[in-house]
Write a protein that binds this ligand. Structure first.
Ligand SMILES: *Cc1c(COP(=O)(O)O)cnc(C)c1O
Length: 306
């Protein structure tokens, strides 16, 4: 099963966390928010910030997908392209806090984004009739969603709304940026900064995660695992699904399918498992291939070509 988060406001699951974070910021009377973003978080913050009447400043790596940059700008946020990665953007936000007075909405630097992301777990339980799946493949950057869902499941369990058996949580990363996979394989509790991070899956190009220990803990507590896939495998999975299922996955969502297939072949999951893959954003947010076919209406159409 695929949980398609591309259908949410601003077309990604970042709306869940930032809907709650911005609402709480408004309740606390905060006037200026700042965020480092690979695109979708900035767009979600800008959208809710616009509605709340809160000033928003966003810092993105300069190679963030153009559509995200323009979306953020159209939504009225102040946006800057930074010649670095998301951790470099995060440093600018952190170091400007005292001087500018903005509030830092970075992943796990405030408590509400994760509460919003928790709704993925609640919704899964509800949509699957309170029978949680066996395995969840989650494209992991900062890891808010994975940590949030794990929190949701344990809370549902305490309420007695779901049974004893919880899903195995699988952290999926790209070969070109896999700090959590590396750390998990080596049995470490925290991850090292990943040098020269590089992948087409921008949303999971996160060289260092503040919540690394929480991600690894959730993976281990759930008897899950961490796995990475190549950009080629991501592209293959994306193209396969668009042509056979009629769903435009984002590269990060496609990574979960590639990881699932790899896990099946390595015996990490079985054919009998009920598996949920997360498509975290609409495939329309990424540039699509150009089409070269043209037809001249003023000439005889050669129908033999169809
Ligand atoms: C943010 C994002 C991710 C990673 O989500 P986290 O919960 O921060 O790990 C994956 N894919 C897309 C498209 C994203 O925007």
């Amino acid at each position: 099963m695929v949980k398609d988060e591309g259908l949410l406001p601003t077309s990604s699951f970042k709306a869940r966390g930032l809907g709650v974070a911005v609402s709480m910021a408004k309740q606390f009377g905060i006037r200026h928010l700042a965020i480092p973003s690979n695109g979708n978080a900035g767009a979600a913050m800008a959208a809710y910030g616009a509605k709340a009447g809160i000033k928003c400043t966003v810092f993105c790596p300069d190679d963030t997908p153009e559509i995200n940059i323009r979306e953020i700008s159209r939504l009225g946020a102040e946006i800057f392209k930074v010649n670095g990665l998301i951790n470099d953007c995060g440093k600018i936000v952190r170091e400007g806090k005292d001087e500018v007075g903005w509030f830092d909405v970075s992943t796990l630097k405030e408590p509400y984004r994760i509460e919003g992301k928790k709704t993925m777990g609640l919704e899964l339980a509800e949509q699957l009739n309170w029978e949680l799946p066996d395995v969840i493949f989650y494209p992991t950057g900062g890891g808010t969603g994975l940590i949030g869902m794990w929190k949701a499941f344990s809370e549902l369990q305490k309420l007695g709304w779901v049974g004893k058996k919880l899903p195995r949580m699988v952290a999926v990363q790209a070969d070109g940026c896999a700090p959590i996979v590396d750390a998990w394989r080596q049995g470490k509790e925290t991850a090292e900064l990943w040098e020269n991070a590089n992948t087409i899956a921008a949303g999971i190009r996160v060289p260092v995660a503040v919540g690394d220990f929480l991600i690894i803990r959730a993976v281990n507590e759930s008897n899950g695992f961490a796995i990475s896939v190549s950009d080629n495998e991501i592209v293959e999975a994306r193209d396969f699904v668009s042509k056979t299922e009629g769903t435009l996955l984002c590269p990060e969502g496609a990574a979960t399918l590639a990881a699932f297939e790899k896990s099946l072949s390595e015996g990490l999951v079985s054919n009998n498992d009920r598996v949920v893959l997360f498509n975290c954003a609409s495939g329309l947010k990424y540039s699509l291939p150009k089409v070269k076919n043209t037809l001249n209406k003023d000439q005889a159409v050669d129908y033999s070509m169809f």
